[in-house]
Design a protein around this ligand. Structure first.
Ligand SMILES: NC(=O)c1ccc[n+]([C@@H]2O[C@H](COP(=O)([O-])OP(=O)(O)OC[C@H]3O[C@@H](n4cnc5c(N)ncnc54)[C@H](O)[C@@H]3O)[C@@H](O)[C@H]2O)c1
Length: 345
């Protein structure tokens, strides 16, 4: 019989609905409890997902005190990630924590230390890694379909003006757009080109003018293997959400969005003029699976059951958060930042 990891979720906000559904659908998980200090929010998804019979806690410590809960998903506002993750690890639970791991390196390091001290697994929910389009594109790049890559670019544009979060937590001056949302694009580029060596960046705030954050940032990167790249992030954009990504290689180019992949590659044909040989666009069949929290939870539980490393451990999540923080620093100082990953050794 399939072993199931017994899970509690802390932070029952808007995004937790995907975690509730994912934990209910995962073959190797069993959702047993929910926790949130706000009684109304705690019960907000009960009817839709038929989870009113589960145990509900307004004090997460009561949930953590239960011996029959093995793992906890932290889906609270970013500012509470460290407190909740460290408390859960110290209570002997494995933790899947939402992205961004935290808003300061101090918090990220405290989380990594708790992971080390307790020997429990900490996974950061960089969910783009589970997106059907992105994972297929990343695999094609790894398989050498476009040759040696030399340039990568991605973007994250999503209008946050109507979603400041419970008690407006997204308006925290430490939660610049590049950290909270742009981390998806940064994490994706890391999975394609590795950890950046150096970056320069500019940021502004012309859309969410009453938010004390940079709402738009652009960063250019120097990656290992002489790859260069760029990320743009806008959280006040006046358009539908987008995450278009282009990866240029010596044998072809991949352009992918949230729903499709186009491959531009050398293609000889009797009917085509030779000068058009790279203009052939080949749509790649792909299963759209944006926000694949089910895949994320399934892998998290599999790592627990088989006692193997989680796909995005604390150090990995911290590198993405750190890169985003470095973009803020470069924007503030007007100087390039050389990245130093000693904290992840
Ligand atoms: N992966 C993604 O694409 C994605 C998308 C949206 C949000 N998120 C992340 O999910 C998290 C939640 O975002 P949201 O949009 O659901 O926010 P939200 O404001 O809707 O919900 C946050 C919830 O956390 C609760 N909370 C606050 N302090 C708490 C504490 N100490 N203990 C327990 N619960 C507490 C609040 O009461 C609220 O119900 C954030 O970290 C956000 O960055 C990720």
């Amino acid at each position: 019989m399939q072993r199931k990891v017994r899970i509690g979720i802390v932070g029952i906000g808007s995004f937790s609905r995907l975690h509730i559904k994912g934990a209910l659908d995962a073959v190797n998980a069993e959702l047993v409890a929910l926790a949130d200090p706000d009684e109304t929010r705690l019960h907000q998804h009960d009817e839709k997902f038929k989870v009113a019979h589960l145990d509900h806690y307004t004090d997460y410590n009561e949930m953590l005190a239960r011996d029959d809960i093995e793992a906890v998903i932290v889906a609270s506002n970013d500012q509470a990630h460290k407190e909740l993750t460290v408390a859960a690890l110290r209570a002997g639970k494995h933790v899947l924590c939402e992205k961004p791991m935290a808003l300061t390196m101090e918090d990220c390091i405290a989380m990594i230390e708790a992971e080390k001290e307790t020997g429990k697994k900490l996974m950061v929910g960089q969910v783009t890694r589970y997106d059907g389009v992105c994972s297929k594109a990343v695999q094609m790049i790894k398989d050498g379909v476009i040759g040696d890559i030399y340039y990568v670019e991605s973007e994250y544009a999503h209008d946050y003006s109507k979603i400041p979060g419970t008690n407006q937590w997204r308006m925290d001056p430490a939660r610049h757009g590049i950290i909270g949302g742009g981390c998806h694009a940064v994490d994706l580029l890391r999975s394609i080109a590795g950890n950046p060596i150096e970056l320069s960046a500019y940021s502004n705030n012309k859309c969410l003018t009453d938010w004390p954050v940079y709402d738009c940032s652009v960063a250019i990167f120097k990656f290992p293997n002489n790859v260069i790249g760029k990320v743009m992030s806008s959280i006040g954009c006046k358009r539908s959400a987008t995450r278009q990504t282009s990866v240029y290689g010596t044998k072809g180019t991949l352009v992918f969005t949230r729903s499709n992949i186009d491959l531009f590659t050398e293609h000889f044909s009797d009917t085509l003029d030779i000068k058009d040989q790279f203009k052939v666009r080949i749509p790649i069949p792909v299963q759209k699976n944006d926000h694949n929290v089910l895949g994320e939870i399934t892998d998290f539980c599999e790592a627990i059951i088989e006692d193997k490393p989680v796909p995005c451990p604390g150090k990995d999540g911290a590198i993405t958060a750190y890169t985003c923080m470095a973009i803020v620093e470069a924007s503030q100082t007007g100087k390039p930042v050389t990245l130093n990953y000693d904290f992840a050794k």
